[in-house]
Design a protein around this ligand. Structure first.
Ligand code: BG6
Ligand code: MG
Length: 222
């Protein structure tokens, strides 16, 4: 076994495995419109990988409404967004897995490398179920138990521990800036999918460009 063997690969869900990042955007947009807060795809970039309530707080701050609601009203608004989101994900089917992702995970698993899921979404289990890919993950972090949001390393470190992997010999795949930061804060090798992820150790534009051979090559030459 060489010093750069791979002990685990941990995937983010929304925006990496399926395009639910877009559904989160649509649901937040609907709420922001109702609150009279300007909201577009560019501002939405700040919310990727951020928990539900923290995302809402960022939106309220963006609309200068940080002090407009009590904590309980904030909880209600967050639930309202979640209802919009749950409606949207009802239409998810296995066809919504992003191109190449299932094959990539199967290839990793065929080398007996454990695969994990590091999503801060409390809807992660529902999404995996709708995509019919729960069986491809050896461990899925429970978002309800994660105390520190990405970019904190907690979720990726929890994954590595559960998978029995040394983070220094593990790889994380993310579409969010804070997600890439969380992977790197865990001392893992970071693969970024999408734009604005220049700090990732390997960056690709979309999932069609992800190849296990290329990831391994980049990891071995880091
Ligand atoms: C992350 C998404 O995966 O999950 C964020 O990138 C989202 O956009 C967060 O806010 C929390 O999701 P949920 O489903 O618990 O509201
Ligand atoms: Mg994501």
């Amino acid at each position: 076994m060489n010093s750069q063997h791979i002990e685990a690969v941990v995937f983010d869900l929304d925006g990496v495995i399926t395009d639910t990042a877009h559904y989160h955007y649509l649901a937040w947009k609907q709420l922001a419109d109702e609150l009279g807060i300007p909201f577009d795809e560019s501002f939405n970039e700040n919310l990727k990988g951020v928990s539900r309530v923290d995302s809402l707080k960022l939106i309220l701050a963006h609309g200068n409404q940080s002090d407009a609601y009590t904590d309980s009203e904030i909880e209600d608004l967050a639930s309202q967004k979640n209802e919009f989101y749950k409606q949207l994900i009802q239409q998810l089917t296995p066809e919504d897995i992003l191109p190449g992702i299932k094959e990539l995970i199967e290839e990793i698993r065929s080398e007996s490398i454990p695969v994990g899921l590091a999503s801060v979404s409390k809807n992660a289990k529902t999404v995996l179920h709708a995509l019919e890919i729960e069986h491809l993950f050896d461990y899925c972090a429970d978002a309800a138990k994660i105390k520190q949001s990405k970019p904190d390393p907690e979720i990726f470190l929890t994954e590595c521990e559960a998978l029995g992997a040394d983070p220094k010999h593990s790889i994380g795949v993310e579409d969010a800036k804070v997600g890439v930061q969380s992977i790197q804060a865990s001392s893992m090798f970071a693969v970024g999918v999408g734009s604005y992820l220049d700090q990732a150790d390997l960056m690709v534009n979309d999932t069609t460009e992800l190849s296990w051979k290329q990831i391994k090559r980049a990891y071995l030459h880091q």
